[in-house]
Design a protein around this ligand. Structure first.
Ligand code: GUN
Length: 294
């Protein structure tokens, strides 16, 4: 079994981004990302901190905006309107999920599609489906595709089963793998919580992409000998012996599948670092596009 090293692949992306950021800085431009977090979800707080730190490491500008859980929909919309016209900000991300009184779709639609580095705005979703490269593709699926390509795993003609149908991962992942060309051209099946005979379906896959958000949901019975596994899950499970009181596990039972799969992403250190690298990449692209269109 080979481990697919997300940290290494993310570091390589960061290197290419540094060159693009240097060129922008020579023109007096610094790519800027606004990350908005509403409420105090500990996992979201950790993600937002990580995004902020990565911006700093790359010499990008970042604004981390943390709002209390009782922020109103109107207040949040007002903030987005300000960020949409802020010349220092080229990418806007509102961390998901927001508190339940916030209508997430309304928030997503309020973001200027040219600054929608999450790729969640309907215009960007449509562009992905239409294979129009001028849009933005959601960071996690983009990171998964990049990981497969970076270790030379062929998707063309491969049977790929995506487990999960979320707007953040499952659906855009399927669209991305269906696209024509390198990293696409796959035969894609999307399975989910209502799928019958899940193990039978995932066992037919050359590549399994697990994005259900349930710890250890997939075990050895789900994976055929020689398959490649991309584990998107980042689940906190209680662990008394750990200083934090928890440990991170994926959606796949790593120990159970390790000796049957050909390659697998670890959790942590697999998809997670790639998601952040792709967010930085989308932000640099947004900056270049905005500056070249003026
Ligand atoms: N929550 C989990 N993943 C993501 C992501 O990629 N973007 C946003 N905005 N929220 C998330």
């Amino acid at each position: 079994m080979n481990l697919i090293d997300g940290k290494k692949a993310a570091a390589a992306i960061e290197q290419t981004l540094l060159e693009r950021i240097t060129l922008l800085k020579q023109r007096g431009i610094t790519p800027g990302l606004a990350v908005v977090l509403v409420g105090e979800n500990p996992a979201s707080q950790a993600y937002v901190r990580n995004k902020d730190r990565t911006c700093a490491r790359l010499g990008m500008f970042s604004r981390k905006i943390e709002l209390s859980a009782n922020t109103t929909q109107d207040q949040l919309l007002q903030l987005i309107n300000e960020l949409n016209v802020d010349p220092l900000i080229h990418g806007i991300l509102v961390q998901s999920p927001p508190p339940s009184h916030i209508d997430e779709q309304a928030i997503t639609q309020a973001i200027d599609p040219r600054k929608d580095v999450d790729g969640f705005h309907p215009i960007n979703v449509a562009k992905l489906a239409m294979e129009d490269p001028s849009g933005f593709v959601p960071c996690t699926p983009l990171g998964c595709q990049h990981l497969l390509m970076s270790v030379g795993i062929e998707t063309r003609g491969a049977n790929i089963v995506v487990v999960g149908r979320s707007l953040i991962v499952g659906k855009p992942m399927a669209l991305l793998l269906l696209r024509k060309g390198v990293g696409g051209d796959a035969t894609v099946t999307v399975a989910h919580s209502r799928t019958r005979h899940l193990a039978e379906i995932t066992r037919s896959a050359d590549i399994v992409i697990a994005a259900l958000g349930r710890p250890h949901a997939l075990g050895s019975e789900h994976i055929r000998e020689g398959a490649v596994i991309i584990d998107v899950g980042i689940n906190r499970v209680p662990e008394t012996s750990s200083a934090t009181g928890y440990r991170l596990v994926g959606d796949v039972d790593f120990e159970a599948v390790a000796d049957r799969c050909a390659a697998i992403t670890p959790v942590p250190g697999g998809v997670g670092p790639m998601t952040i690298a792709m967010l930085m990449q989308n932000t640099v692209t947004a900056c270049e596009r905005l500056k070249n269109s003026r």
